[in-house]
Design a protein around this ligand. Structure first.
Ligand code: ADP
Ligand code: MG
Length: 358
């Protein structure tokens, strides 16, 4: 009996000692299907589980507010109301950012492209090629400069502002919402004091700290020619404390009469962007607003094409913010801007040629 008691005491001591010694032993990994995307959140540290589920809550709350396909979302209500509406919550900063990136990208990023996205069937998955006449009519509604937001105020129950759209306009936040969600997930990770974590919200990746073995996180960049091959990378980014966001025509598309139509629409033509790029990856440090910036830019620079995208990068296109790029071209080149060169590991067997851009 005494022997048994000693054994129990010893076991308790061992268990008690082992648990808190290594925070990396406390790890949580959860999958979240939201915003039309399979997401993966991996967290480390003593509060890893609570942080992962708090991040999930934040994402689900955003989806509820911002989805165009959920009738009771604020965005759906605004689109139905048309012209003018009092709104609250995350839509307010998102609309400000959207206006900002509309200006900076000379209209390549434009949330009022919504009716055109719908005409192609990307909102409902009933894909079709719209007629020239239909696109011509719908393009009259596409003009991000007509969206305005009054300064936000707090009425004691939350932040509010009045949003105005142009006549007949509607908005689609698909190109920026996941980046904004990544900002908020970072906020959660910091709140819970996590030493390291990774959130993959589809093409929007956030890495906090480094990996448990103290090497950088590895973020593969998909070869646009091999979208279904889970190991089909053109290279790997080695990152710590960063956002990395990829947009590509291979991610969501349909085919008709042997032609492929993807979901990133050039607001100047109403057609899927055909700029000679097959994917754009934007990388920036873990500053709070950078998730949104990377998401908006990956979409816009994909539309702008190689020359304009590199000019935008060279001229420091976003005041007071730094970002780096990996562009993949239709004719088999991978262009890496110099600030990223030593964090990009090429896959020489991919068949692409690689250039560092300065
Ligand atoms: P994903 O959502 O696949 O990560 P993006 O961030 O590039 O890719 O966003 C594409 C989505 O953004 C489209 O599905 C559509 O809803 C919307 N969109 C398409 N073209 C534009 C555009 N020119 N400006 C803003 N949003 C757009
Ligand atoms: Mg985007």
């Amino acid at each position: 009996m005494r022997h048994l008691a000693a054994c129990i005491l010893l076991t308790l001591l061992l268990v008690g000692c082992a648990a808190p010694a290594d925070p990396d032993k406390a790890q949580e990994s959860i999958q979240v299907i939201a915003m039309d995307t399979a997401m993966l959140i991996t967290t480390y540290g003593e509060r890893s589980s609570a942080a992962a589920y708090a991040a999930e809550d934040v994402i689900r709350d955003l989806e509820k507010q911002l989805s165009r396909t959920k009738e009771d979302s604020v965005v759906s209500q605004l689109n139905a109301a048309g012209r003018r509406m009092l709104v609250e919550g995350d839509l307010i900063p998102l609309l400000s950012s959207s206006g900002w990136f509309y200006e900076l990208t000379s209209g390549a990023f434009d949330i009022t492209v919504a009716p055109v996205v719908s005409a192609w069937g990307f909102t409902t998955d009933s894909f079709q090629v719209p007629s020239q006449e239909e696109l011509h009519e719908l393009l009259k509604l596409v003009d991000g400069s007509e969206v305005s937001v009054t300064p936000a105020y707090d009425d004691g129950e939350g932040t509010k502002a009045t949003v105005r759209l142009g006549p007949g306009q509607s908005i689609d936040l698909g190109a920026i919402a996941k980046g904004y969600a990544a900002n908020k997930v970072l906020e959660v990770f910091r709140e819970y004091g996590l030493p390291r974590a990774k959130a993959e919200l589809g093409g929007n990746v956030l890495v906090l700290g480094d990996r448990p073995d103290e090497t950088p996180w590895r973020v593969g960049i998909q070869d646009p020619k091999r979208p279904d091959d889970p190991n089909g990378f053109i290279g790997v980014l080695e990152l710590t404390d960063s956002f990395a966001v990829t947009s590509g025509g291979y991610q969501r598309y349909f085919e008709e009469n042997g032609k492929r139509y993807h979901h990133i629409i050039d607001p100047s033509t109403g057609y899927p962007a055909d700029s000679g790029l097959t994917s754009v990856t934007v990388v920036a440090d873990c500053e709070m607003e950078n998730g949104t910036m990377c998401d908006a830019l990956s979409t816009a620079l994909f539309i702008m094409g190689e020359e304009k995208a590199l000019d935008f990068w060279r001229s420091g296109g976003v005041p007071d913010s730094n970002f780096e790029l990996v562009l993949v071209t239709e004719d088999g080149r991978v262009l890496i801007t110099e600030g990223l060169a030593d964090r990009f590991v090429r896959d020489e067997s991919s068949g692409y040629s690689y250039e560092t851009i300065s």
